[in-house]
Design a protein around this ligand. Sequence first.
Ligand code: DX5
Ligand code: ZN
Length: 222
Amino acid sequence: MTIVAPSLLSADFLNLKSDLERFNASNAQWLHYDVMDGNFVPNISFGPQILKQVNSVTDKFIDVHIMVDNPLEAVDYFDGCKVDMLTFHYEAVEDYEQAKEVITKIHQKGVKASISVKPQTPVEVLRPLLNEVDMVLIMSVEPGFGGQKFMHEVLSKCDWLNQYRQQHDLAYLIQIDGGINSVTGEEAVKHHCDCLVAGSYCFNNPKGFSYAVDSLLSLKND
Ligand code: DX5
Ligand code: ZN
């Protein structure tokens, strides 16, 4: 079954509590939490202090996506927060050794570890890391902002990841993030994505938050 992860970046921060209530009341399984440092991406969002407060009002799976230059240090910033999955960027580490260090550090905290590639980064670069991660996040927009247009050309990366995990008997999830709605979500699911991140489609949907979530949950891959 598809996992739906509404992205908090698109919430109304003047009404955050009621937006989190809409999220809790929906069938969405995960909450996607985008952390931006103003260096790795040209935007600044929120960090561990706000996550602690979010943690106090939801029991759902917390999926943290760090878009920061220093993942090795940044994973420690979340000590004391409830985090279930932590995704960092391949482009933010110096080499494979450092990427493995980040993955090990995340796992030592009892958190699932995931790695992401930006749209211009070929997915094959992740090959040496794929037997160590719990998930791979394929960015379908340039990271930094919600509400951008889905880049269809990244879907072949999802096919490659699916083929690789079958061939090597691996179990990592495939997540896609950026520009997801019921149309692009359907394409993503057909291309073997297990988890759909959706910000503006969920939080700004004229038919309601739950309608948006359910429309993504019902997508089939056949
Ligand atoms: C972008 C973030 C996304 C963003 C998605 O850098 O990683 O999670 O919130 O927003 P939508 O679904 O509106 O493209
Ligand atoms: Zn994200």
